[in-house]
Design a protein around this ligand. Structure first.
Ligand code: NI
Length: 252
């Protein structure tokens, strides 16, 4: 069930059955010569919706802009400061908490979000831990990166080997090609596999990674591969969502 396509009465009825909700979160940032600026948000969204369809879970609106300061050297990239993203996540969670949601399962599409999202969870827990007299229900938050399941890792290794890389990867570009076939782009990769390495701010990133990629060859992406990544991710993440909800009967 997509929250945005439900009425408030349907949400109220859902809450009598489950206190869990899936929160897709991504980023709006450059993804190399053939990757869409929305790649991370789009991957998180389509996979989260697939998990929602498979498990019957409610899926919240996608948080489409994340922590991407290092990509600002490339046109189209948008970032929230870590402090802004923490406040945004707290407001989303606490709004939903007011209605009775207690289990928040974030499906993440962007590695650069991990530290900030985890910090937001700690801020949420700290508010209750520091106020033991609070009447607010205890909440639990989980962060699940769509690309980290064992099936996804095996598929990536099989299809792309070392050319998967870590940014503008062939697997994420494949997922968007499968989900948005009208927006498939072609581009020549030079060099074929992008350099690897660390980076600091946006200017530093652009100097080190001229076309935006890190360690990847996304010209290997195809919509057919994307279908396999999508289906594998939905299967693996659905199992993890069910485990997360079943971990405490109160949350079921
Ligand atoms: Ni990405």
């Amino acid at each position: 069930m997509q929250l945005q396509l439900a009425t408030w009465q349907e949400v109220e009825a859902y809450l009598t059955q489950s206190r869990g909700i899936i929160m897709p979160i991504g980023s709006t940032e450059q993804h190399g010569p053939n990757g869409l600026v929305g790649t991370d948000a789009l991957c998180a969204e389509v996979i989260a919706r697939g998990v929602g369809d498979k498990t019957g879970a409610c899926v919240a609106p996608t948080i489409s802009v994340g922590m991407a300061q290092h990509h600002l050297g490339f046109p189209g990239s948008i970032t929230l400061r870590p402090s802004t993203l923490i406040q945004l996540i707290k407001d989303y969670v606490q709004s939903l908490q007011r209605h009775g949601f207690e289990r928040f399962f974030f499906v993440n599409g962007h590695g650069g979000n991990i530290a900030t999202v985890t910090a937001a969870f700690s801020e949420l827990y700290a508010e209750r831990s520091l106020d033991p007299r609070s009447n607010a229900p205890g909440i639990r938050c989980e962060l699940r990166n769509w690309w980290t399941g064992p099936g996804i890792g095996a598929l990536s290794k099989q299809l792309f080997g070392d050319a998967e890389g870590s940014h503008a990867t062939a697997s994420e570009v494949s997922v968007t090609q499968y989900a948005f076939p009208d927006s498939i782009k072609s581009a020549r990769m030079e060099p074929k596999v992008a350099p690897r390495g660390k980076f600091y701010d946006a200017d530093d990133y652009r100097r080190r990674f001229a076309d935006g990629r890190i360690g990847s060859d996304p010209s290997l992406a195809t919509p057919e591969h994307g279908k396999r990544f999508y289906e594998t991710a939905v299967d693996e993440i659905s199992v993890d969502y069910r485990k997360f909800i079943a971990d405490d009967p109160v949350g079921g």
